[in-house]
Design a binder for this molecule. Structure first.
Ligand code: ATP
Ligand code: MG
Length: 660
């Protein structure tokens, strides 16, 4: 049954709503009301469906008001549980025992692996025993530098099992970036791999790992997964193979779970670095587990038979929450793919969806734009009839990309959940509940239960209004008024930075750093970073709006807008445009695109400069780094700031060389 469109709203198929966890807007409203009027009662009820060694004494204590003292929030105080127990052991006495927990597909066709809950249990227990044998104890940090191999969730869960906070560093990061993170976390042990495979090439991760830990004296052991078997430097006494450790005679099949305090640290993880130096977020045990599991279940409408594919890398929070922890805690089968969606052919992802009969596909606008750039013929070769629901996260999705995803991937039959959240938030905060209400392209729609958003007046025109709730149709700063269990507790080793970054702008509220607008129907439209708003003669234009207008044009694959100084208007608009494959830049096209934006948004948003760019600078998680484009637009290429998470520095040289 198709999704039906009426007046720009896309309604879920009736059948979908009928079977969904949340079936109607009325049902949502009832739950939502309860969640904000009685958050302690609401979350206690949710929490009681999980396994606890000891129940909590108090559900919530917090202070969000920096003017009243230390900012903190604490959930389920006094409770004792273990995330690994909830993700695996809890399912072993149920029919889930022999269900696939993880289906892994390697980049080479023939490399596959299925771990049932029972076989995953054995693997995780054995590795937890390996960690113990290495002398690790509750509280010791472990760094993990692995690509998307099946051993990655295994080692994360083993850490969680014995109470060692993990710090996963995306496998695409350089030795230097890894080194900083290992040193900052004072990790005692590093888990890595001989080589990673990507787009048919092998990368020597172990060589980078060696380089990274040269100056990390605390890191005394390295465990290396064997992926390709290529020659690999091993330091005797420090480095051992995963496979050898796992088969040792003294490693038992069972390892007791550590009884963790609800607020004990589960992991640390760095943000993407789109707006500045990456921030090491600290997530704790019970609140994170409960929040990610509930959001996963309701937002992706997880049913017992759902095969769930989150295409993110586990090195980002999306992968932590929605590839590893939430799906396993919910007893879902999580699909993990080692490679990238465009290799060896641009329909690799669609082919996998058909082959494995994947039901839910969750990816990012950057991936959608990259796939659509290749042309519609690639998804059109595949029926993908198993798909029921699509999701996106990471950046505002341009309505054009949304339509492409809807038509070519969902074939008009799948609701799309545009989920807004951050590394800090642990899980999704603003999102459609797909059976409950119609979506609008580009809107993350409504808050998840427990989340109280406010589009705050930035107070530019009138300082006294700063922080007040803005009326519909006005763009302001998105803040969250109340705590929820998934929010990070601190920035590792720098609580002051956590307070300053999130709680100093609007005392009493969590400041997200994102712009947002609520329309007359109450739908939330995210507008990009607040720093990315361009102020033209007093009119505030969001970069997202200009970019969405540009990608509406059939020649444009991707676009980014930045403000540049302008003597008369204060700021002008500088845009960078990547064309679709096979389209050549020309002056005529440049004029046409400028006129197109003017027509779509209005004369006020007419770009002053337009530069064609073969590629845009992105973080390694695929987000456009507008702060760098801003510096190029302002002609300050020597002042780019922290570029440690930049994917490809050649892109910048090209942009600077061709600046107009
Ligand atoms: P840093 O905080 O280091 O600058 P980052 O903010 O890119 O990096 P993440 O935590 O990976 O790090 O990304 C969160 C941000 O991604 C959000 O603040 C928001 O700007 C953007 N985002 C995520 N999902 C959406 C969405 N559905 N719609 C719009 N923006 C989104
Ligand atoms: Mg951020």
């Amino acid at each position: 049954m198709p999704v039906t469109e009426k007046n720009g709203k896309y309604y879920p198929p009736e059948e979908f709503s009928k079977n969904a966890w949340i079936k109607s807007y009325e049902q949502y409203q009832e739950i939502y009301k309860r969640s904000v009027e009685d958050p302690e009662g609401f979350w206690a009820e949710v929490a009681s469906e999980f396994f606890w060694y000891k129940k909590w004494d108090k559900v919530l204590s917090y202070n969000f008001d920096i003017t009243k003292g230390k900012v903190f929030h604490e959930w389920f105080t006094g409770g004792k549980t273990n995330v690994c127990y909830n993700a695996i052991d809890r399912h072993l006495d149920t029919p889930l025992r022999n269900k696939a927990a993880i289906i892994w597909q390697g980049e080479p066709e023939e490399d596959t692996k299925i771990l049932t809950y029972l076989t995953l249990h054995r693997e995780v227990c054995r590795f937890a025993n390996v960690l113990k044998k290495k002398g690790l104890k509750k509280g010791d940090r472990v760094s993990i530098y692995l690509p998307m191999v099946w051993q990655l969730p295994v080692v994360m869960l083993a850490c969680a099992r014995i109470g060692c906070p993990h710090s996963v560093v995306f496998g695409g990061f350089s030795a230097e970036a890894l080194g900083h993170r290992v040193i900052e976390s004072e990790s005692k042990l590093l888990i890595t791999i001989d080589q990673s495979l990507r787009n048919g090439r092998a990368f020597d991760l172990k060589v980078s790992a060696d380089e990274a830990i040269k100056d990390a004296p605390a890191c005394q052991s390295v465990i290396v997964v064997k992926r390709t078997g290529a020659p690999c430097p091993m330091t005797p006494g420090r480095d051992t193979w995963y496979e050898d450790e796992m088969k040792a005679d003294d490693i038992a099949d069972f390892c007791e779970c550590e009884q963790m305090d609800a607020e004990d640290v589960l992991y640390l993880l760095y943000t993407s670095g789109s707006t500045g130096k990456p921030k090491g977020q600290v997530h704790t045990t019970a609140g994170y587990m409960i929040y990610t599991a509930l959001t996963h279940k309701w937002i992706f409408d997880i049913q017992p038979e759902t095969l769930f594919w989150c295409m993110a890398d586990i090195g980002w929070v999306t992968g932590h929450s929605y590839i590893v922890y939430a799906p396993l805690v919910n007893g879902t089968t999580t699909f993990i793919y080692e490679g990238t969606p465009l290799w060896p052919k641009p329909d690799r992802a669609w082919e996998l969806i058909d082959r494995y009969k994947i039901n839910v596909c969750y990816t990012a606008p950057t991936a959608i734009r990259a796939m659509s750039r290749q042309g519609d013929e690639w998804p059109n070769k595949h029926p993908m009839s198993s798909l029921k629901l699509l999701g996106t996260v990471g950046e505002p999705i341009n309505p054009e990309a949304w339509q492409w995803y809807h038509k070519n991937v969902g074939k008009g039959n799948c609701p799309i959940v545009d989920t807004w959240w951050q590394t800090e938030t642990g899980g999704i905060l603003i999102t459609p509940l797909p059976g409950a209400w119609p979506t609008k392209p580009g809107a993350a729609t409504f808050p998840f239960p427990g989340c109280v958003p406010r589009v705050a007046d930035p107070g530019v025109d009138d300082e006294t209004k700063r922080g007040a709730k803005l009326e519909a149709g006005k763009t302001g700063h998105l803040c969250i008024e109340k705590p929820w269990p998934g929010l990070s507790r601190t920035i590792y080793g720098d609580h002051d930075r956590w307070e300053q970054t999130y709680f100093s702008q609007y005392p009493g509220m969590y400041f997200t750093g994102d712009g947002c607008l609520v329309d007359a129907d109450g739908y939330h439209f995210l507008q990009g970073r607040v720093d990315d708003v361009i102020n033209i003669s007093g009119h505030r234009i969001s970069t997202a709006e200009v970019e969405s207008a540009l990608v509406l044009h059939k020649a444009v694959a991707e676009a980014a807008a930045a403000g540049m100084p302008d003597e008369i208007k204060g700021q002008g608009i500088y845009v960078f445009v990547t064309l679709k494959l096979g389209i050549e830049p020309s002056d005529a096209l440049k004029k046409e695109l400028i006129a197109h934006v003017r027509k779509e948004i209005g004369a006020i948003a007419t770009p002053d400069k337009l530069q064609f760019a073969p590629a845009l600078p992105k973080t390694r998680s695929g987000k456009i780094m507008r702060r760098i484009l801003r510096k190029i637009a302002e002609n300050k290429p020597e002042d780019l700031g922290d570029v440690s998470t930049l994917e490809d520095s050649a892109v910048i040289q090209n942009l600077v060389a061709n600046r107009i």
